[in-house]
Design a binder for this molecule. Structure first.
Ligand SMILES: Cc1cc2nc3c(=O)[nH]c(=O)nc-3n(C[C@H](O)[C@H](O)[C@H](O)COP(=O)(O)OP(=O)(O)OC[C@H]3O[C@@H](n4cnc5c(N)ncnc54)[C@H](O)[C@@H]3O)c2cc1C
Length: 493
C-alpha cells in the first residue's frame, strides 16, 4: 500500500506538492477551510464579472513549466508574457511610465535620466550576478540547520557582501540620478515586506528577474486557470479534497503527528503531514510552541496587508493598461509610514489590474473589471477597518481623476476585502498578504523550516516557510518539501 500524505490547506503550495507527491505514488488527501481550492490564488464571480482575488501576474514562469514537465505533463493553462510589464503613474507627472524589458524602449520612457540604457545595463548585470550566484546556494535548497546554511552563504562570492549592508535605495542612488527611476525600480522591495530604505541591496536581483531574466507573465482567461488546470489532474489521480474543513488541533504519538483534528472534532490520520497554512502561525496556534506564540510572532516582520476592491464598471476605460501602479509624490514619507500607521492613508498608493483588457470573458460586453490593491498596515497596527468605504471612495475618486473616466457613477458591481476579510478567508496572520517578510534575518535557515523541529512526519510548504512567498517561489517550495519527504520516507512503501 502506498503511504498516505495529508495536506492542511489547498493553496498553490499545497496543489503543487500534491501534484509532485501523487506522481511519485503517494496517496494524497487535502483539508481546506475555504469552500474552494487555490488559497490566495482564488476567484470571485459576481454580477456577471469574474475577478482574480489575489495574484495577477508572476515572474520565473519556468518554475511552472518545471512543475508539469517533470511529471511528463503539458502546462495545463496558457501563459502570456506582459509587454509592457506594467505602467506607473506618479502624481503630478505629465507622463505615465511604461516598463519595458527592452532597455532601448525603456530608455525612451526615462529620457530625463542621462545615459539611462548604459546605467541600467550595468545595474542589471550586477543584479543578475547576485541572482545566479544565490539561486542554488540560498533559494533552491533545503537546510538542516544554521551551520549548513551559513556554510552555503559563505560560498556566495564575497563581492556581493557590501550589498548585504547597503540599502536598495542607496544602491539605486549609486546608479541613477532621477527620483522617478529610483522610485519605480524600488517598488519590488514592498513585495518582500520592507521599504527600499531598509531592504538590503542584494534584492536588486528582483529588478533583474522582472526586467531582464524572465519578465512577468499572466494567464489567458485569468489567474484562476492555474487552479482549474491543476485540479482535474489531481482528481484523476485520486487526490481527495475536503472543503469547509478547518484544522484546529493535533494528536501526537511517539514523537510523531498521529492526526490533525478539525473544528468538528474529527481526527484525520496519515503517515506524513504537510502544512500549507502559515508555517509560523501553525507552530504557535496549533502546536503550542513557545517560540511561535502570538507575542513572538507579533515581533517578527510581516509583509503589508491587502486592502482590495473588485469593481465591475460600465464602459471602456481607455486611459489605463492591464497592470498599473498609481503612486503619490511623497515616496519616502509614504514608505516610512505605511507599515506602522493606525489610520488609512489619506492619499493612498495602489495597484490596478484591468483583466478585461486582455480577457474579455471576465466582464460583460462593453464593461471593464477592475481589481484594485492598496497595501496597508496589518492588523497589529490597524485592527479597525470600519473606514473601509471611505478609503474605497478616496481611491475610486483618485483613480477616476487620473484616468479621466467617471468610475464612481458607472459601478455595476463592488466588493471590498479589508485585511480582516483576508485573515478570515485564508487564515492570513494578522491579515499580512504575503506572509513573513524577507529580511536577511527571516530567510534561509532563519525562516520557519519546511521540516518540523520535533515531529518527524510533519512538513511545511507555502509563503512563510522556505524559500518564501510569491507564486513561483511556493512552487519551488513544493519541490524542496517533496525532496525532503521522499528522502526521509521513500517514494512509495
Ligand atoms: C492580494 C494579493 C496579491 C498577490 N499578488 C501576487 C502576484 O501578483 N504575484 C505573485 O507571485 N504572488 C502574489 N501574491 C502572493 C501569493 O498569492 C502567495 O505567495 C501564494 O499564493 C501563497 O500560496 P500558499 O500556498 O503559501 O498559501 P495560501 O494561498 O495562503 O494557501 C493556504 C491555504 O491554507 C488554508 N488554511 C489555512 N489555515 C487552515 C486550517 N487551519 N485548516 C485548513 N485550511 C487552512 C487557507 O484557507 C488557504 O487556502 C499575492 C497575494 C495577495 C494576498
Amino acid at each position: 500500500m502506498s503511504k498516505k500524505v495529508l495536506i492542511v490547506g489547498a493553496g498553490l503550495g499545497s496543489l503543487a506538492t500534491a501534484l509532485r507527491l501523487s506522481h511519485l505514488g503517494y496517496q494524497v488527501e487535502v483539508l481546506e477551510r475555504y469552500h474552494r481550492p487555490g488559497g490566495r490564488l482564488n476567484l470571485l464571480q459576481k454580477d456577471g464579472f469574474t475577478f482574480d482575488v489575489g495574484p495577477s501576474f508572476f515572474s520565473m514562469s519556468y518554475e511552472f513549466r518545471e512543475l508539469f514537465e517533470s511529471q511528463g505533463l503539458e502546462v495545463p493553462f496558457t501563459i502570456r508574457e506582459l509587454d509592457p510589464l506594467y505602467t506607473v503613474n506618479i502624481a503630478g507627472r505629465d507622463k505615465v511610465y511604461r516598463m519595458f524589458k527592452d532597455l532601448k524602449k525603456l530608455a525612451q520612457e526615462f529620457s530625463d535620466e542621462p545615459n539611462f540604457e548604459e546605467k541600467a545595463k550595468r545595474y542589471l548585470k550586477a543584479a543578475g550576478t547576485i541572482f545566479h550566484d544565490t539561486e542554488y546556494k540560498v533559494v533552491k535548497r533545503n537546510f538542516n540547520g544554521m551551520v549548513p546554511y551559513l556554510a552555503s552563504l559563505a560560498t556566495v562570492p564575497l563581492k556581493h557582501l557590501p550589498k548585504m549592508f547597503r540599502s536598495m535605495w542607496a544602491e539605486l542612488e549609486r546608479n541613477f540620478e532621477t527620483e522617478d527611476v529610483k522610485v519605480i525600480f524600488s517598488l519590488v522591495s514592498f513585495f518582500l515586506g520592507a521599504t527600499p530604505f531598509d531592504t538590503p541591496a542584494v534584492y536588486s536581483l528582483l529588478n533583474y528577474t522582472e526586467l531582464q531574466h524572465d519578465g512577468y507573465w499572466n494567464v489567458e482567461g485569468g489567474m484562476y486557470k492555474i487552479v482549474e488546470g491543476i485540479m482535474p489532474i489531481l482528481e484523476q489521480r485520486g487526490v481527495r479534497f475536503h472543503y469547509n474543513t478547518e484544522v484546529t488541533g493535533v494528536e501526537l504519538k511517539d514523537g510523531k503527528l498521529h492526526a490533525v483534528v478539525d473544528s468538528e472534532g474529527k481526527g484525520w490520520t496519515a503517515d506524513v503531514f504537510v502544512c500549507n497554512a502559515d508555517a509560523a502561525w501553525f507552530r504557535g496556534a496549533i502546536l503550542n510552541r513557545k517560540a511561535y506564540r502570538e507575542e513572538k510572532l507579533d515581533k517578527l516582520d510581516w509583509t503589508l496587508a491587502p486592502f482590495t476592491i473588485y469593481l465591475g464598471v460600465k464602459g471602456k476605460i481607455d486611459g489605463i493598461a492591464h497592470h498599473n501602479y498609481f503612486l503619490g509624490n511623497n515616496f519616502k514619507a509614504y514608505a516610512d509610514m505605511i507599515f506602522k500607521t493606525s489610520v488609512a492613508p489619506e492619499k493612498p498608493y495602489y495597484y490596478v489590474n484591468v483583466a478585461s483588457k486582455s480577457n474579455p470573458g471576465c466582464a460583460p460586453e462593453g464593461c471593464e473589471n477592475l481589481f484594485i490593491l492598496c497595501p496597508v498596515p496589518d492588523l497589529r497596527h490597524k485592527p479597525d477597518w470600519s473606514d473601509a468605504e471611505k478609503l474605497t471612495d478616496d481611491i475610486i475618486a483618485d483613480l477616476s481623476a487620473r484616468v479621466g473616466f467617471d468610475i464612481t457613477n458607472n459601478i455595476i458591481s463592488k466588493t471590498i476585502y479589508t485585511p480582516v476579510d483576508w485573515m478570515r478567508m485564508f487564515n492570513l496572520y494578522k491579515g499580512s498578504g504575503l506572509g513573513l517578510a524577507h529580511g536577511m534575518n527571516q530567510i534561509g535557515a532563519f525562516r520557519p523550516s519546511n521540516k518540523d523541529e520535533q515531529l518527524s512526519n510533519l512538513y511545511y510548504v507555502g509563503a512563510s516557510t522556505i524559500p518564501g512567498t510569491g507564486l513561483p517561489i511556493v512552487v519551488i517550495g513544493s519541490k524542496l518539501v517533496t525532496e525532503r519527504i521522499t528522502h526521509e520516507h521513500g517514494t512509495v512503501s
